[in-house]
Ligand binder design. Structure first.
Ligand code: TMP
Length: 210
């Protein structure tokens, strides 16, 4: 039985969601809440090992279908061993990316059929759906410029997928927000960190106390 609150952070490249996730975790801890901040792909030793394979190297190294299966395998371990136990213990779990990234990167932009993505999603997460999903929205060009400016690490396999791919990501996230307005809040991420965080905090407080 779920007792905690499950928040996911989603968006394209360079949307600032990881910075916002850390701030949100700190702010919630300051109110006395038990918080687990985690990420995908990753969050477990198995997931981090899969991440290393997925986010580096040639863009063509994996098909979108392979990516969907590997992301889902990592997610199943993450849900079963980290997220569900933390929620059962009453924590606020914040995951930097979750199922919507697979729907959008591998499905909407990558071309894997929605039914196939849905089947993998069911296997990976069961009924462990987010209570709140914050979608950090900004033009693809702006996000990619930020990601490039940031980027000394080699985790840029998806960033190199081309402009069209990244524009489709934004459309995909908008489509999810429109289809699930109770779960999703779209945040204008093309502003400074403080302004974005004010909206993040409002959305989270509304969900926690509303
Ligand atoms: P990050 O840069 O936000 O840490 O995410 C790593 C990359 O993995 C990012 O380019 C998006 C991609 N990704 C997918 O393509 N599908 C997924 O299901 C997840 C979780 C991430």
């Amino acid at each position: 039985m779920k007792r905690g609150v499950f928040i996911t952070l989603e968006g394209g490249e360079g949307s600032g969601k990881s910075t916002q996730g850390k701030r949100l975790a700190d702010a919630l801890r300051a109110t006395g809440r038990d918080v687990v901040l985690t990420r995908e792909p990753g969050g477990t030793p198995q997931g981090e090992a899969l991440r290393a394979l997925l986010v580096r190297g040639e863009t063509g190294a994996w098909s979108a279908a392979s990516e969907a299966m590997l992301m889902s395998a990592a997610r199943e371990v993450h849900v079963r061993t980290v997220i569900a136990p933390a929620l059962a213990a009453g924590a606020v779990v914040i995951s930097d990316r979750f199922m919507d990234s697979t729907r959008v990167y591998q499905g909407f932009a990558g071309g894997v059929a929605a039914e196939e993505i849905a089947a993998l999603e069911k296997m990976a997460i069961g009924d462990c759906k987010p209570d709140l999903t914050l979608i950090f929205d900004l033009p693809a060009e702006q996000g990619l410029a930020r990601a490039t400016a940031r980027g000394s690490d080699a985790e840029d396999r998806f960033e190199r997928k081309g402009r069209d791919f990244h524009e489709r990501l934004r459309d995909g996230f908008h489509a999810i927000a429109a289809a699930e307005p109770r779960r999703c809040v779209v945040i204008d991420a093309a502003r400074d960190v403080e302004a974005v965080f004010a909206d993040v905090w409002t959305a989270v407080e509304t969900r926690l106390h509303g």
